[in-house]
Design a protein around this ligand. Structure first.
Ligand code: P53
Length: 491
């Protein structure tokens, strides 16, 4: 029989990541990551990295082409700069209060990430940092005690800095074994506490962002992106295999940045172009993780940039044996592409392409497209037939406190419209098992702004780091609470 409403064990919840929420960046032995050296440049609204050059000069620069600094330079923090990720939203100190709020909301699941560098500060150690392990053990226990299942991302863009600076980052095959050691340590240490894992957050961004935001990407950049992806795919497959062998209860998902690409016109050239964006941006990564092998069209992509992968027979075997249990993805917006010239371009942070005249855009240029979510669910269901989970979705907006309250009816509308499309997809037979709304408690955005807020809960902190970090329930809090209480009957 067709499912009508949400399944009764639907996993309602919210999501955060370590470096955007925890703060306590240098507490209890946590090692540094590149994000710890990123500031928000007020003039351009862009993130800059701070470092010292070989003569000891203080420098700031946009580092768009990877983590490597010029020769002789070292990442450094300066007294007169504010580093938003150093504090996050103070989840490290506030987690009990935050989990109590999640319980009040009725969450069944809470997505968070483990900071690799809390467990292995440099990434190369043999023995894990006990204090790091005990922090996460406490958090997971607190969640369990509150009837909430943790959904754990192993990597949310936070490779230990040592591995990036000294080992060449993910261009180095050795990263696979360092990651394996970290991931297997988590698997063993958190046995019985964690049932759901995701390996690499938005793993496809490496390629997707080259396409979307870097019209001038060189062959060399593409070659590096494909190589990095390959090593991450292999590392991911190792974890899936190990998890399945070690603990029958554990389920592992991929994590794909889900942007459907639309053609701007019915010109077959535009149709073909949008297909190629889907192939490179979405299917290339998803196919490897969900089907265990590279798609046929990979050959076409490699030919375009003369890619020669470092890839072994063992790798291919591992990819085959380590396919994920469910398909998880983030969904914020769709994007439009064309071969034709257009002046009407979308601009915003991490948004690109041609403006879609049928859609509204957020203050940050992200297309509001709930139907695009259902479209994406259909595409993915057709291709993989796996249970699906939406592990990020939400609206980044500049919420304003009025008499101590946030009336975020725009966020309620955003949620309502996306949840309605999910409900329709489920009625059409799509196996959707969970939804974790992004940034359920306000946190630092990927672009470094605090004022781009996603939460059901407001956190009193501004872009310069001023504030009490007090938590305040927004109007959307009561809305989502009702949705969960009625299991989506009332949207
Ligand atoms: P912010 C771009 C496009 C889609 C998803 O993004 C993205 C990004 C930026 O990397 O990232 C995910 O904070 C990411 C989160 C991030 C969230 O989307 O730029 O997994 O870490 O905060 C929202 O508004």
């Amino acid at each position: 029989m067709m499912q009508v409403g949400f399944p009764k064990d639907f996993l309602w919840g919210g999501a955060i990541s370590a470096h955007q929420a925890e703060g306590a960046w240098n507490v209890d032995g946590r090692g540094p990551i590149k994000r710890d050296y990123l500031i928000l440049d007020k003039k351009t609204g862009k993130r800059l990295v701070t470092y010292v050059d070989e003569n000891g000069n203080h420098c700031k620069a946009a580092l768009e082409n990877g983590p490597q600094l010029p020769k002789g330079c070292h990442y450094a923090c300066f007294e007169d700069c504010y580093y938003p990720d150093h504090d996050g939203n103070h989840f490290f100190e506030h987690y009990k209060e935050d989990i109590a709020l999640c319980r009040e909301l009725g969450f069944k699941i809470f997505r968070l990430s483990i900071a690799w560098s809390r467990i292995f500060p440099k990434g190369i150690e043999e023995k894990p940092n006990e204090k790091g392990l005990s922090f996460y053990r406490d958090v997971f226990r607190e969640l369990k005690d509150n009837g909430i299942e943790p959904l754990v991302t192993l990597w949310h863009d936070d490779t230990p800095l040592y591995l990036e600076e000294e080992c060449g980052g993910w261009q180095n095959r050795k990263l696979i074994s360092y990651f394996d050691h970290y991931a297997l340590t988590c698997l063993k240490e958190f046995k019985g506490l964690v049932k759901y894992y995701l390996t690499f957050n938005e793993i496809n961004n490496v390629l997707l962002f080259l396409d979307m935001f870097n019209g001038n990407a060189t062959d060399e950049m593409y070659r590096k992106a494909y190589q990095e992806l390959h090593y991450k795919f292999v590392a991911s497959s190792h974890f899936v295999k190990a998890a399945h062998e070690y603990d029958q209860d554990v389920k592992v998902g991929c994590m794909i940045c889900g942007v459907p690409f639309y053609p701007a016109s019915a010109d077959p050239k535009d149709i073909m172009l949008s297909l190629e964006y889907m192939q490179r941006g979405i299917y290339y990564s998803s196919d490897v993780l969900c089907k265990g092998e590279y798609p046929d069209f990979a050959r076409k992509l490699y030919a375009k940039h003369q890619v020669r992968l470092d890839i072994s027979e063992d790798d291919l075997k591992d990819l085959k044996e380590g396919v994920v249990d469910f398909y998880s993805f983030s969904y914020y917006m769709s994007s439009v592409v064309t071969v034709h010239q257009s002046d009407d371009l979308v601009s915003g942070n991490f948004a690109a392409g041609v403006r879609n005249e049928y859609l509204d855009y957020s203050e940050w240029g992200w297309a509001f497209d709930p139907l695009g979510l259902r479209y994406f669910l259909e595409l993915i269901n057709d291709r993989y037939r796996l249970p699906m989970m939406i592990v990020e979705n939400g609206l980044g907006a500049n919420d304003v406190l009025v008499d101590g309250r946030i009336h975020d009816d725009y966020r309620i509308r955003y949620l309502h419209d996306h949840l309605s499309e999910m409900k329709k997809a489920i009625a059409d037979g799509i196996e959707l098992i969970g939804y974790t709304m992004w940034g359920c408690i306000d946190l630092v955005s990927a672009g470094g702004e605090m004022k781009k807020r996603y939460g059901l809960v407001y956190v009193d902190k501004d872009d310069e780091g001023n504030g009490t970090y007090l938590r305040i329930r927004k109007d959307s809090f009561a809305y989502y609470q009702k949705v969960i209480r009625t299991n989506g009957e009332e949207l």
